[in-house]
Design a protein. Sequence first.
Length: 184
Amino acid sequence: MKTATATAIKFTYKDYLLLPEDKRYEIIDGELFMAPAPSTYHQDISRDIEFILWNFVKENDLGKIYYAPCDVILSKSDIVQPDILFISKERIPKIVTEKNVRGAPDLIIEIISPSRISRDKVLKKKLYAKYGVKEYWIIDYRKEEIEVMVLGESGFKTVKKYRKDETLESPLIKGLRIDLREVF
């Protein structure tokens, strides 16, 4: 007697394009995830970081800042919508299209929420390392902390966990300093 086995469905970018546009979806290793709308505090932090980054990047002509919802296609089975991302000026023509980003941004920032802690701290961290994201920030607004990591030979290494009363310095974006009292 044969036993039936469950076959996992692997979603692709083609499937992703057919999803309703009223929600925020991501596909990681072919698995579909739906993200609920972020909290107002999450949005406040996102806006403040985006504004500071956008001003610095624009003033210094360094590249572009994008924010969710913006599709980042890492492969046909890995499509994410990071909260905030930076792409250097040199790489814009190579990976930015009219509709999305096709390749790894230089910097990705995720603001974790209670429903997505392991996805951002484990799953996405491995995913972003695999595809060559150079710098990754995880913002934990409950702890009022930003963990800054850089890509090394064996994945991301934490440079520093910055607290509310400190000034964050980006290893990648030279000269970028963010007084976290302006964020939290």
